[in-house]
Write a protein that binds this ligand. Structure first.
Ligand SMILES: *Cc1c(COP(=O)(O)O)cnc(C)c1O
Length: 418
């Protein structure tokens, strides 16, 4: 979103305030031009014979967003069989979908096999069971290189006691299972968590994976996962994807030469592709002055955007109704009957009741983590595509809240007696 002539505008000159009026608030808006820019950056950063970017759709799983990435030429990274089904509905070819679950049942993996997608196995127990029933289905193996990444333990998945992946110390066991079952290993995978700052940290993980790769002779691809960091506020460091691309590409080309085959280099970013493309708009209900601060209470809460409360995530907040107003300090809070603070003592252009606030970086892990807590409806989602706006999810209604609730006759009697 750019500030132009005193107005915040999306790509193609689309006015977010107009979208707020048209679709009502609170509202999620996604700017597809930003997604395209990030996808192109990723593709251009790597100079290897075969590169594939799989969009990690748990970040934002609206099927239109998935279809958009399909149009760009991306594959899909999924973590549940339901995401697989959404991906197929969005038009992805099964072979362009990789299924990377954690701690799911063999039955769920079987469902994914039946749908024809690529299977990534992340523990030796399932690997052994799977190999016995499906020695003919090629698999990818998720390795944990124990690289620490991310500022928050909730999103760091590479540490030694992490539940994700097979420890690289257990490779002898993996080889024994592969030999005993006759499994074909077509790929190796690592994903060390969200928020990697440093290209060199990433490279040391990659180095471990490349070393392990030399022990497998039938590989088609190596998947280096994701965890790329994007800026959430001014001055934030972001993953230097261009620098990382140069370093990894050089190393990867060298590896392929030694391996004797051009493997596909895969990445599976979620946040990097969609975070900055998303905006969450909500109206200010109340301005409330206490002894020590000024609260701006918005018509939303942790039910719609939980990252600040769940991860202490920082989301930039702007008053798009008064872009050039004098800056003052506000603590922005939600309406949920629980502490739901979006930001403390933020410098924001003067806020009046009825103004529309915009939370930035609302593309990744925002709508997908929303809930009906306090029996509130989930908001609508709008996609801005080639200068036009499209409703891609309707706002919920009372019907949605009641849809799967079963009203017991015994209680209905009480009501009719009233
Ligand atoms: C969540 C996830 C991703 C995406 O992570 P980001 O930090 O959003 O880029 C990639 N791969 C796997 C296996 C994941 O679980």
């Amino acid at each position: 979103m750019q500030l132009e002539n005193g107005k915040y505008l999306l790509s193609g000159g689309v006015d977010p305030l107009e979208l707020g009026k048209k679709y009502q608030l609170p509202l999620y808006i996604y700017d597809s031009a930003v997604m395209k820019r990030q996808y192109d950056r990723m593709m251009n950063a790597f100079d290897v014979p075969k590169i594939k970017v799989n969009y990690a759709c748990k970040a934002l799983s609206n099927i239109n967003v998935m279809s958009l990435f399909k149009e760009f030429g991306a594959g899909l990274d999924t973590v549940s069989v339901q995401e697989v089904e959404l991906g197929l509905k969005a038009g992805f070819h099964p072979r362009d979908i990789i299924y990377t679950p954690n701690c799911v049942s063999l039955e769920e993996i079987e469902e994914a096999v039946a749908l024809g997608v690529r299977i990534n196995i992340d523990n030796t127990s399932i690997l052994e069971q799977f190999g016995q029933v499906h020695p003919d289905i090629p698999v990818c193996i998720r390795i944990n290189p124990h690289i620490m990444a991310g500022g928050n333990t909730k999103i760091s998945v590479g540490h030694i006691d992490s539940k994700f992946g097979i420890s690289f110390h257990q490779m002898p066991l993996v080889h024994r299972i592969v030999e005993a079952t006759g499994l074909k290993v077509e790929g190796l995978h690592m994903h060390t968590g969200s928020g990697i700052l440093d290209a060199d940290v990433f490279l040391s993980g990659a180095e471990i994976l490349l070393n392990i790769a030399t022990e497998f002779h039938d590989l088609d691809y190596l998947d280096f996962g994701s965890g790329f960091k994007v800026p959430y506020k001014e001055g934030d460091v972001e993953t230097n994807i261009e620098e990382l691309g140069k370093k990894i590409s050089k190393r990867f080309r060298h590896f392929c030469k030694e391996y004797g085959k051009d493997l596909t280099l895969i990445f599976e970013p979620g946040k990097f592709l969609v975070s900055e493309a998303g905006y969450f708009l909500a109206k200010v209900n109340v301005i409330k002055q206490t002894t020590s601060m000024v609260f701006a209470g918005i018509d939303s809460g942790l039910n719609h955007l939980i990252r600040p409360m769940f991860y202490d995530a920082y989301h930039e907040i702007s008053n798009i109704s008064n872009p050039e107003g004098k800056k003052r300090f506000y603590t922005v809070v939600g309406y949920i009957c629980e502490t739901d603070t979006f930001g403390v003592n933020r410098k924001i252009a003067e806020i009046h009741e009825g103004d529309v606030l915009c939370l930035h970086n609302a593309g990744a892990y925002c709508f997908t983590m929303s809930s009906n807590y306090n029996s509130r409806f989930r908001p609508a989602e709008v996609l801005v595509y080639e200068g036009k706006d499209y409703l891609i999810r309707k706002r919920e209604t009372m019907e949605d809240l009641l849809k799967n609730q079963v009203e017991l006759p015994v209680f209905q009697k009480v009501e009719s007696a009233r």
